[in-house]
Design a protein around this ligand. Structure first.
Ligand code: MG
Ligand code: ZN
Length: 158
């Protein structure tokens, strides 16, 4: 049987991005309200949880992959303490001012990778994002999409 999943954008969805264009320091990483509660609920309802994030600041030379990994380890620790287990965090390190790629949202390569690796049924899966590019990426692979208001993790239909 195929799996169902909730795909999530990171900045502005999982964590608060007010006042930051790029978040690559633990101190700047603050979870949004209701994230823990909602992700627990999704997990309980059988959804895999997968984050898909654009981190073009790497391409721009503002920070490095190791900074992103540190933030992600920090995030995973907070989640694990709360009984939430992410399947994977995928991120695109590119930025189209510097290099072309097909993994930066609104492109969908990272979603396709996850779909294939975790045997995901897109018709039962969602992309939750705060930007139009999240929604476009989700639609490209045939998922349902939910656009939330920036930093307001309110989802009632799942
Ligand atoms: Mg975002
Ligand atoms: Zn990319």
């Amino acid at each position: 049987m195929k799996n169902k999943a909730i795909f999530l954008d990171r900045d502005g969805v999982i964590n608060n991005d007010v006042g930051h264009y790029y978040i690559y320091k633990k101190d700047d990483f603050k979870l949004n309200e209701n994230v823990i509660l909602n992700l627990k609920k999704f997990q309980k309802n059988g959804f895999l949880l997968i984050i898909i994030s654009n981190q073009g600041g790497i391409s721009k030379g503002i920070y490095e992959k190791k900074d992103v990994e540190k933030v992600h380890n920090f995030l995973k620790k907070i989640f694990e303490k709360n009984g939430i287990f992410l399947k994977e965090i995928y991120y695109c390190p590119h930025h189209n001012d510097f290099e072309n790629c097909i993994c930066r949202k609104p492109d969908s390569l990272l979603l396709e990778k996850a779909i294939s690796r975790f045997n995901i049924d897109v018709s039962k899966s969602y992309f939750v994002g705060d930007s139009e590019r999240d929604i476009i990426a989700g639609k490209k692979v045939g998922m349902k999409t939910i656009k939330i208001e920036k930093n307001k993790f309110k989802i009632s239909i799942i």
